[in-house]
Design a protein. Structure first.
Length: 693
């Protein structure tokens, strides 16, 4: 019986994981960029049929989606207007003073989501202390509504100055727009009730422009799931690494921009916890991109800053660094004669040359095939036999341009791709004060295990972990993640001036918001959990640090704010965190409470850790697949020539088996390259633990 289904849609493949109550079943399907919703429904239909059951038995559908990200990248958003305080209509145009290319006179800024002429200003003003300086009149609202009606817009973002302190003006405008025009409206005071008006406005506009696009896709998915009888428990992964009910995800699509990559990090964290590794570098290399992140002390690293597709989004998200290096990344020669890999990708159609679908430009996958690192008879995600001759033809152009052999060109392509990924790992480790030599590298995605050991050697990382289901780990992460909602409230007051009772009241209000957002799922659980953090800074600082105040059952939520000693404990924790992060603390300086944050969690929704072991493949593809058996193949690891290398199927490795490189381990979802000098073993759950020589 199918109990839970995890479906992660990528640019090249769709990863599927099924939990039937006793085991994991995994599958990989080809993606369809033209119809991602159709691919998800097709996968669900095949899963339900193959697993032997019906849709009524499905208790949970967990979905990782790229629809919001793709809409933002492709600029395929809805026609959106911005309503703001009079005098602040150019807020998004002015932005911040930081510039990526300070001396570039031809620098191009990202296309504005709100076109010229769709900025509407209302006569209202709230001061920084929350007092109303200019009241909002009905006539001012009528003027805005009339302007929107003439502008023929599809969505509206409303962002007034200091509305996080007094949201009533935004709510009146939003209510009138809904009543008179029936347009989807995003209020900044609902989505991100915090200070920094530029980032708040940008986030609100991003959410508004995606509402019609994501709403249409989600409606189609919900209808299709209902036809299959699987209408219960539909959840979507957020950028912050938690699942939310689909109805909330549809209202706040800006929270979904890192949906797939966040699921991968959550899956990696679950595997690390199972194996006893709390400090990890996660490497997720798929067909189009490579995502790098950290797990420290068993927890993911969050951020609320940064941009997606060039637009600031001030919502909680796992701190992930993404580069355009994947299995489908195309290798070219630039104008200066240098070899370049990515960010352009061959995608699913036509795909790499070795797919035999007309692709003519060499990719990273073609380089692996030409070097013998991917056996041509071992199917990847349901593909047939790979075309090594086509891969070599694609690489011949690179070889001719660089004066190398085809194998030399292939090694060059991999070297360039590895260098880009090495820089990405350094970005999240060395540049942030973390020594990669003290961490383990957990590699996943369809292409991650192909590059993991070489990257570990470059960075002197001693150990590599390859999960038993490396190629579909993002889909596994969808099922292991908590169902949770993140809510916040901006404050920006001296902590010493705030009565603890007022702070406790704010926490109670946030809990109600979070519980209501979880809907029926929160009502159906016996106990909720909450993680309470305060954003604190010294007065005069530009940035703040998040201090954990309490983490546990909701029943004890207010106990951390009951006396003056709690205030002192929180301030002391901030000083200690500041000292660890920056190397100094200033206890004599006043401390400012910038924001209160609360994550409301439904516990026990993820998979039990003990079943995260060796999965069983599930054949969802039509027709037969070519037979393939292992043996010894010639594989190039460097320019010295090919080495006779043993090739084995992943499922043939016995629990506890030890092995030495060179070795190629082939699975239905990913291939692992273990070069000479590397030693490894399988653990009791089928995960590979590699010691890098």
């Amino acid at each position: 019986m199918t109990r839970s289904i995890g479906i992660d849609v990528g640019g090249t493949f769709v990863d599927v994981v099924v939990w039937d109550g006793a085991r994991l079943l995994v599958a990989k399907l080809e993606s369809d960029p033209e119809d991602p919703s159709g691919v998800v429904l097709t996968a669900m239909e095949r899963v339900i049929g193959t697993a032997g059951g019906d849709g009524a038995g499905v208790e949970r559908i967990a979905h990782g989606t790229t629809v919001a990200t793709n809409a933002l990248l492709e600029r395929s958003w809805a026609r959106t207007a911005l309503v703001t305080t009079r005098g602040f209509g150019d807020l998004l145009t002015i932005g911040r003073q930081n510039r990526r290319a300070l001396y570039d006179l031809r620098v191009k800024r990202p296309e504005s989501i709100v076109p010229h002429g769709l900025h509407f200003e209302a006569a209202e003003r709230v001061d920084a202390d929350g007092t109303v300086h200019v009241p909002l009149s009905d006539a001012a609202i009528d003027d805005v509504v009339a302007g929107l009606a003439e502008a023929d817009v599809e969505a509206v973002a409303v962002c007034f100055l200091f509305s996080y302190l007094r949201p009533e003006h935004e709510r009146r405008v939003g209510r009138r727009i809904g009543e008179c025009l029936g347009l989807p409206v995003t209020l900044s005071s609902d989505l991100v009730p915090e200070f920094r008006e530029y980032e708040r406005a940008s986030t609100t506009v991003v959410n508004a422009c995606l509402l019609p696009v994501v709403g249409e896709r989600f409606a189609r998915l919900a209808d299709g799931a209902a036809r299959l009888g699987a209408s219960r428990g539909w959840e979507v992964m957020q950028s912050g690494g938690s699942m939310v009910p689909a109805e909330m995800a549809g209202r706040e699509p800006a929270r979904l921009l890192l949906s797939g990559p966040a699921a991968g990090v959550e899956g990696a964290r679950a595997v690390g916890r199972l194996l006893g590794f709390d400090d990890l570098i996660t490497l997720d290399m798929g067909g189009t991109s490579c995502d790098v992140s950290l797990v420290l002390d068993g927890d993911t690293v969050w951020t609320r800053t940064g941009e997606v597709a060039g637009y600031p989004v001030a919502l909680p998200k796992i701190d992930i660094h993404t580069i355009g290096a994947g299995g489908g990344s195309i290798a070219t020669i630039d104008a200066g004669g240098a070899l370049v890999v990515g960010p352009r990708s061959a995608g699913a159609e036509p795909g790499p040359c070795c797919y035999g679908r007309g692709g003519a430009e060499a990719t990273v996958t073609d380089a692996h095939v030409a070097l013998g690192r991917i056996p041509v008879g071992a199917p990847i995600g349901g593909l047939g036999r790979l075309d090594v001759a086509a891969a070599r033809r694609g690489l011949s152009r690179i070889a001719a341009a660089t004066g190398r052999t085809i194998e030399g060109a292939a090694l060059g392509v991999l070297d360039v791709a590895d260098a880009a990924m090495e820089r990405a790992i350094r970005r999240v480790t060395v540049e942030r004060g973390h020594d990669p030599r003290q961490l383990a590298l957990l590699a996943f995605g369809g292409a991650g295990p192909l590059h993991a050991v070489e990257l570990a050697r470059r960075l002197e990382i001693p150990r590599v972990i390859v999960p038993a289901y490396a190629g579909v780990l993002s889909a596994v992460g969808l099922l292991t993640a908590d169902t949770a909602v993140d809510v916040s409230q901006g404050v920006v007051r001296l902590l010493s001036d705030l009565p603890l009772a007022a702070v406790a009241a704010t926490v109670d209000e946030l809990f109600v918001r979070g519980r209501d957002a979880l809907g029926e799922r929160a009502a159906g659980t016996g106990q909720l959990e909450a993680r309470l953090t305060f954003d604190l800074r010294y007065v005069g600082q530009s940035h703040e640090l998040s201090v954990l105040v309490q983490d546990g059952p909701v029943s004890s939520l207010g106990s951390a704010l009951g006396c003056e000693g709690d205030r002192q404990r929180i301030v002391a924790a901030f000083h200690a965190l500041h000292d660890r992060r920056y190397g100094h603390a200033e206890p004599e300086r006043a401390t400012e409470l910038v924001a209160v944050r609360l994550r409301v969690v439904i516990p026990g929704t993820g998979l039990p850790a003990e079943i995260l072991g060796r999965p069983r493949p599930m054949d969802l593809e039509d027709g037969g697949l070519p037979t393939w058996s292992g043996g010894v193949c010639d594989v190039w690891f460097d320019t010295k020539g090919p080495l006779g290398t043993r090739v084995v199927r992943r499922r043939e490795l016995e629990m506890g088996d030890g092995f030495d490189g060179p070795l190629i381990v082939v699975g239905r979802d990913a291939t692992v390259v273990i070069p000479p000098g590397c030693h490894g073993r399988t653990d009791g759950s089928g995960h590979l633990l590699l010691e890098v020589g």
